[in-house]
Design a protein around this ligand. Structure first.
Ligand code: BLA
Length: 521
């Protein structure tokens, strides 16, 4: 292994994140792609080089011709109607009855708008009654997908989702993969054939899925690699004439995935994969990752079915969060209500001593410090006065306009490595200049052993320019790491409550001080 500094690793990561994967300009060969103008003529401006496998004409012939001339008036009408749906839903799929000369065929189409044109991806019709079978399966599983379970049933729910996706699409292995606050992931559920490796409970580093790839998941919930060994098919011309740059394929069903990622799949011993995103209130929460040891194209109906599963599961995740939020916000309102009750009758000291334990519990913290008009009030396990003397000014620099939170303070503020028994994790509302007002919550260390599927750093290689490049690691062998100095993570709901308190508490206290001023006059 090469030796490296954290800066070199960071630089290498930035290189991964700068690859424009949505403009790769190539598709997988199990379908064809046409881009047509968005006017009534629908003239072809780009076509994949394999067009003649799906339509009775070559890409060169198609370029510049109206879609109706190539595929017939009926298909042109169907395309316009799909494009109208895509206008409001980003993508649309359906059938196109293609007629050309004496031949006719029914093709599956996936349509999206891109660079001012209409992109249409064509695939052969799938096997008989596949659609009916998928619809029946989804109907059977509808109740399981809708039920709102308790915490205890949470993992059982994901087991059901993994089994459902495996039954729908027949992959060797289907995993539910959950992101942490630093974008590392953990496999929390897996349904697999016996010969597929178990990844249950293993963690994968954030660098496996760079930021631009995660962003694409918010737009397009399903990504397929039908066969890592299939020859990519280029688009002709390479530059989209409507945009003057490569076609934006964010919504594509056929886009070729980055060669770096294809190498990753090769290293992990997978021939085909499908990855489906899971969102919680619009934020990427996790993925359903499917692996197969043989090539495996995904039909448009299968894609629609798993998109439906992704939406249902995401809705469930959002509902779970909303319930959690409701109960937290109710408790937070109670604390604020108490404050307002006491504010006009008691001294600040009484208010805070009464409220600090509640404030602490509200965010499951082990200690809390409240700064009110420059005075410091505290409760629970907190750093010593001397430690706070250094920490608070640093925190006020981090939390100027917004709250700041982390579960591993020592990573950002090295002196904190000396006091993990009080401040391994910290959450603070914006601290006003001069540290006059704000609340800081502390969490103590929760040591744990993390089992990684291989070490990301093993992929670091020196490149010709004298820098470092990160390549997918060769081995996914379990590597265990003891995590010290970290607290339990802060949840988005807890952050939301802190933000709410950041507004209401100082306001209440300011109101009190205004009232006192008025009374004095
Ligand atoms: C993409 N990497 C991905 C994606 C996943 C993973 C899910 C999204 C694309 C997809 O397959 O749909 C990682 N896949 C996993 C993991 C599991 C899995 C963790 O099945 C576990 C079960 N990858 C690297 C390194 C780089 C890298 C070092 O390991 C960069 C130097 C890059 N990964 C990379 C890129 C993409 C990616 C560029 C985007 C691929 C694309 O969408 O074109």
């Amino acid at each position: 292994m090469v030796s490296y500094t954290p800066e070199q690793l960071q630089q290498a990561l930035q290189k991964c994140e700068s690859e424009p994967i949505h403009q790769i300009g190539q598709i997988q060969p199990h379908g064809a792609l046409l881009v047509v103008t968005a006017d009534a003529a629908a003239r072809v401006v780009q076509a994949s080089a394999n067009l003649s496998r799906f339509l009775p004409c070559a890409a060169e012939y198609a370029l510049g011709r109206p879609f109706a001339e190539l595929c017939g008036a009926k298909a042109a009408e169907q395309l316009q109607s799909l494009a109208a749906t895509a206008l409001s839903r980003n993508t649309a799929s359906g059938k196109l009855a293609v007629a050309s000369g004496s031949s006719s065929a029914e093709l599956q189409a996936h349509v999206y708008l891109s660079n001012g044109g209409i992109a249409v991806e064509l695939m052969a019709e799938q096997a008989d009654n596949q659609e009916t079978r998928l619809a029946e399966l989804l109907l059977q599983m509808q109740d399981a997908l809708l039920q709102i379970g308790t915490d205890r049933e949470y993992l059982h729910y994901f087991d059901q989702v993994a089994i459902l996706v495996r039954t729908l699409c027949g992959y060797d292995s289907v995993m539910i993969y959950r992101f942490d606050s630093e974008w590392n992931g953990e496999v929390i559920s897996q349904s697999r054939i016996e010969t597929a490796p178990s990844y249950l409970g293993l963690h994968f580093p954030a660098s496996d899925i760079p930021a631009q790839a995660r962003r694409l998941f918010a737009l397009n919930p399903v990504r397929v690699v039908a066969d890592i060994e299939a020859e990519p098919v280029p688009l002709q011309p390479a530059v989209n004439p409507l945009a003057g740059e490569p076609l934006d394929m964010a919504y594509s069903a056929l886009r070729c995935l980055s060669p770096i990622h294809i190498q990753y799949l090769r290293n992990i011993g997978v021939r085909a994969s499908m990855v489906v995103s899971l969102l919680q209130n619009g934020r990427l929460w996790g993925l359903i990752a499917c692996h197969h040891q043989a090539p495996k194209p995904v039909s448009i109906s299968e894609r629609e079915a798993v998109t439906f599963v992704s939406r249902m599961t995401s809705a469930k995740l959002s509902a779970i969060e909303a319930l959690e939020q409701h109960s937290h916000v109710t408790s937070a309102n109670h604390v604020v209500g108490e404050l307002l009750n006491y504010i006009f009758t008691s001294q600040e000291e009484t208010i805070l001593q009464r409220l600090l334990p509640e404030l602490m519990q509200l965010l499951h913290a082990d200690g809390v410090v409240a700064l009110v008009e420059g005075k410091r009030h505290s409760h629970g396990l907190i750093p010593t006065a001397a430690q706070l003397e250094a920490l608070l000014p640093w925190l006020s620099g981090r939390a100027c306009a917004n709250s700041f939170s982390c579960e591993y303070l020592a990573k950002y503020f090295p002196p904190a490595a000396n006091y993990p028994d009080t401040a391994a994790g910290v959450l603070c509302t914006p601290l006003s200049a001069g540290l006059r007002n704000g609340i800081v919550w502390f969490r103590t260390e929760k040591p744990r052993t993390v089992h990684w599927a291989g070490r990301a750093e093993k992929g670091l290689v020196a490149d010709a320019a004298g820098g470092y490049r990160l390549t997918p690691r060769q081995s996914f062998e379990i590597w265990s790491e003891l995590w010290r100095g970290r607290s339990a993570p802060w949840s988005p709901v807890e952050l939301g409550v802190a933000n709410m308190l950041a507004v209401t508490l100082p306001e209440g206290l300011a109101q009190k001080s205004r009232l006192e001023q008025a009374l004095k006059q």
